[in-house]
Design a protein around this ligand. Sequence first.
Ligand code: ATP
Length: 279
Amino acid sequence: MMGEHPAAIVSSAAGTNAGGSWSSETAAIELFGVTKTFGDGPKATPALGPLDLAIETGSFVSIVGPSGCGKSTLLRLIAGLEKPTGGRLRRYGDELDGPSRKVGIVFQDHVLFPWASVLENVMLPADVLSLPKAAALERAHWLLELTGLKDFAGHKPHMLSGGMKQRAAFCRAVLADPQLLLLDEPFGALDALTREELSLELSRLWQELGRTALLITHDLGEAILLGDRIVIMSDRPGRIRLDMRVDLPRPRDVHTMKDPRFIEIHQIARDLLFTRQRN
Ligand SMILES: Nc1ncnc2c1ncn2[C@@H]1O[C@H](COP(=O)(O)OP(=O)(O)OP(=O)(O)O)[C@@H](O)[C@H]1O
């Protein structure tokens, strides 16, 4: 591995507790030797692992890796939407056994219902999860205000820009105040400027909400800007090649990207991504 800053590396191989900064009591997510293979026999596709990873409660972890290396699979496993082929996963100390209302997910495709207003879309989890209506409505309005959508509460999704739709999807994902927020390329479909704007906004919102977040992204700059750690994965089946602490102060803004430390971390991660490690 080239040129990395030793103090910043949590682990260069497995993302285990090499930094010594978390324990099982403070881990939101723990993966032990997790693997995922799709199909079986000669057509089996090993998609992931074996992989060890722990995410500390309240932290923001960004995962970057080559296309098809298993990032979305990893997120779906953590969400409880897929079962691992091997290994174990724990969420807040409990063995993971399916989806949970404590987890909010934002995908690249915002999947807002076109016939419902922005507010109705944001309120959807209130019905699905039978949340107390008045409190949910109050929180929905607060979130819409926080994300600059207050004046669009009554609009239909088609009247919103791509960035606004994604903000609405974010509000919906956090309506039930999930402990853990999973973000799968949430800005992937947006133009570069909106993407940068929204990622800074997400950074601010994440601090405001004080929750644990896991971001999957192809954009290294975004990963560093948002993350407390960036985790770089290998080609499929995805394993952890580097788990690096992003020791940049918060709050972060556009100037963060000009910080020499940001540039240094970017360079280290880029060098690694360009020296592909085929499994
Ligand atoms: N439901 C499925 N059935 C069969 N194979 C699957 C399934 N889901 C994913 N795969 C395979 O697992 C591998 C990893 O896919 P995954 O979507 O997790 O990668 P990714 O890193 O998120 O990709 P990208 O960055 O291109 O979105 C791929 O080879 C994919 O074809």
